[in-house]
Design a protein around this ligand. Structure first.
Ligand code: GDP
Ligand code: MG
Length: 171
């Protein structure tokens, strides 16, 4: 059984994009759907990922949220989804949007994640492809209380290796 890493976060932060990037080297299956807001509740999506010879599974927790404009209405679903994914995971990646900054829903998800004892959580501050801006954008997310935030760009790949190098010893 492969170790499972849960990818968690509010809608539209780039979870599926990051999952696609992690799985690119293994791609025998179609990519996860990016910008999926069709409003259909689906099962969690498991995919194989590989980094530096380590094989693991990522679970994309997307696809359960209907309406991106009403974040708080759907917080319970996010929490439930996060819980199910976390139960079986050895570590989690909390994806947030560095261009938007910290939102109430990010804080809610973070609060929930802080309660998960002994589960290493890695904060991926996505959409940080602007040169030289990543560290400043990421540093806003220290206040989530989940340790060092990692500036990444799921779209372009920047920062993903650095974050994974920190994560791999924990899985
Ligand atoms: P999810 O709902 O969290 O799974 O988010 P998606 O992966 O579907 O991405 C939501 C939107 O953010 C899409 O329009 C993506 O193209 C965009 N996006 C994802 N990653 C990045 C990134 O690294 N940089 C930028 N600028 N946009 C991104
Ligand atoms: Mg998605």
């Amino acid at each position: 059984k492969l170790p499972v890493v849960a990818v968690i976060g509010r809608p539209n932060v780039g979870k599926s994009t990051i999952v696609n990037r992690l799985c690119r080297t293994m791609s025998t299956e179609p990519d996860a759907i990016v910008y999926d807001y069709e409003g259909v509740t689906r099962d969690r999506i498991y995919r194989k990922a590989e980094w530096n010879g380590r094989v693991f599974e990522v679970v994309d927790t997307g696809g359960l949220i209907f309406d991106e404009d009403q974040d708080n209405l759907f917080a319970p679903q996010i929490r439930e989804q996060a819980l199910l994914a976390l139960e079986e995971s050895v570590a989690a990646i909390l994806v947030v949007d560095g261009q938007v900054g910290v939102t109430t829903l990010d804080e809610e998800v973070a609060k929930f994640l802080r309660l998960q004892k002994n589960k290493p959580i890695f904060v991926a501050v996505n959409k940080c492809e602007t040169p030289n801006m990543g560290e400043a954008m990421a540093s806003m997310f220290w206040k989530l209380g989940l340790g060092e935030p990692f500036p990444v760009s799921g779209l372009h790949g920047a920062g993903v290796a650095e974050m994974l190098e920190r994560m791999l010893p924990h899985i």
